[in-house]
Design a binder for this molecule. Structure first.
Ligand SMILES: Cc1cc2nc3c(=O)[nH]c(=O)nc-3n(C[C@H](O)[C@H](O)[C@H](O)COP(=O)(O)OP(=O)(O)OC[C@H]3O[C@@H](n4cnc5c(N)ncnc54)[C@H](O)[C@@H]3O)c2cc1C
Length: 440
């Protein structure tokens, strides 16, 4: 039997039919020819790197897009690039890096499709300078279930353009995406890793590093009160000359088994965090290839099985700068007290430049992302406590990473959701969308 279609967190296990968008089909044809029955709906599914249920559809269909992976047009003089929405960043870099071009914004894994990057309007370590992916999209083609195909840009069908960037796949199936690549003189970056003693240190380092294009901090989420917010601050910038060598996927290894849940306890978490903080690489300063810099977790395939059979939740919150210090301190305190933090927690300052996406998650502020092994009600109760802190500090959480938020919480964070609902294709829906729009 084929493996069920899961998301990265592996918590939600739904009955759903699976269709594949064939290599030689058009998204428009596939969508308008799909034989829908009754109220059955469909949702596009890229590489399933969203953690919760945005790309899942209980009782309906999912349309797998990654075979639809053509490069349609590339101008190597200007860097304007157009490809089918199923093309992944891993595939893209193999083509563009040797020619001196890189994706303008990348999340922490290269195994995402262009469609997924648009639908979640993903962000990366350069948000403070480059905004999110949608900011760099010039045009896209959107296919609707009534057979209409629309070219959308800031000028043409601009309302659909803005609602599709960060629109969670609900406005239609994205057939192709056109965007502006970023020139690079080398596939290497100059990187500095700096030990950071506490949260105040994180804000100081972020400010001092504002001219560096890439910044992020790994934070020890179980540190005691006096060291709350300690971690390893990383900053990087492209180097001026060097090789233009794409990554080598052969170098990755596979996580060998699904971890038994008894191994995921406060003692192992604290031990991991201490070892991670003290590892030799934590003080690394020098040149690094783009793959380990942007995608350290890609080296372990299926690392999501680390969290055991019941899977895990991720919680990524962004809090406006005015209340960022207090909000993040309150979140870290609640996590430390609950003893349920994660191996990899990430803090990042985000910049003021907004993408046109109406529903985009990013805003100027500070974000904290971390994983929680699924321990049932105990974990859900902690996530609800964290949500309350986020709301109290004027923040919101990221749908791409969410598997738990309530309808009332979502609607308070994203009051503009009704605009997306008005533009949603009537044949498209997801488990996420029903969860957050059908009231608690
Ligand atoms: C290790 C790791 C690190 C990550 N780091 C970051 C990060 O730093 N920043 C960040 O922003 N995100 C991050 N993410 C999340 C990830 O970037 C997003 O969830 C991304 O959208 C996943 O893309 P995907 O191709 O796997 O899409 P899926 O997860 O399969 O789908 C995501 C959404 O895209 C829609 N979609 C996909 N294709 C189409 C299409 N052709 N037409 C219409 N809708 C479509 C789906 O319906 C769904 O709503 C990370 C994820 C992992 C696993």
């Amino acid at each position: 039997m084929a493996d069920p279609i899961l998301s990265w967190g592996r918590v939600h296990r739904f009955e759903q039919d699976v269709d594949i968008l064939p290599r030689d089909a058009t998204a428009r044809g596939t969508l308008s020819e799909t034989a829908f029955t009754g109220n059955e709906s469909v949702i596009a599914h890229g590489l399933g790197r969203s953690y919760g249920d945005v790309a899942l559809n209980e009782g309906g269909r999912v349309l797998l897009t990654p075979r639809h992976d053509f490069v349609l047009e590339a101008n190597w003089e200007t860097g304007l690039f157009r490809a089918s929405a199923g093309l992944s960043l891993a595939q893209l870099h193999k083509i563009t890096v040797p020619r001196g071009w890189f994706v303008p914004v990348t999340p922490g894994t290269k195994f995402v499709t262009l469609g997924g990057a648009v639908a979640n309007d993903v962000h990366g370590k350069n948000h403070h300078q480059a905004s999110s992916f949608g900011h760099h999209v010039t045009r896209l083609k959107l296919c609707r279930s009534d057979g209409e195909a629309m070219i959308c840009s800031r000028e043409e069908n601009s309302e659909f353009f803005a609602l599709t960037l960060g629109g969670l796949g609900l406005t239609g199936i994205i057939d192709w995406v056109e965007f502006q690549l970023k020139p690079i003189a080398s596939s290497n970056l100059f990187v500095e890793n700096i030990a950071c003693p506490d949260l105040a240190g994180f804000f100081e380092l972020s400010q001092e590093s504002a001219a560096w294009p890439y910044t992020v901090m790994w934070v020890d989420c179980l540190a005691p009160e006096k060291a709350r917010g300690r971690g390893i601050f990383t900053r990087g910038r492209p180097v001026d000359s060097g090789p233009l060598q794409p990554h080598d996927e052969e170098k990755s290894v596979k996580w060998p088994f699904t971890t038994p849940s008894f191994l995921l306890n406060p003692v192992t978490l604290k031990t991991f965090n201490a070892l991670y903080r003290m590892r030799p690489g934590a003080r690394f300063v020098g040149e690094q290839r783009y793959d380990p810099f942007f995608y350290p977790l890609d080296r372990i395939r299926e690392w999501n099985k680390l969290y055991g059979k019941k899977g895990f939740f991720q919680h990524q919150a962004i809090i406006p700068m005015e209340s960022g210090r207090e909000g993040i301190a309150a979140l870290l305190e609640a996590i430390e007290k609950a003893g349920q933090g994660s191996f990899l927690a990430v803090l990042k300052v985000h910049g003021p430049e907004r993408s046109p996406g109406v529903m985009s998650f990013c805003r100027e502020g500070v974000s904290l992302a971390l994983d929680f092994a699924n321990k049932g009600r105990k974990t859900l109760a902690l996530l609800e406590r964290l949500d309350a802190i986020v709301l109290e500090h004027g923040g919101r959480i990221y749908p791409a990473k969410d598997g738990h938020m309530s309808a009332s919480f979502f609607q308070a964070c994203y009051p503009q959701w009704t605009q997306l609902e008005s533009a949603r294709d009537p044949m498209i829906s997801s488990s996420f969308w029903r969860r957050v729009t059908q009231n608690d």
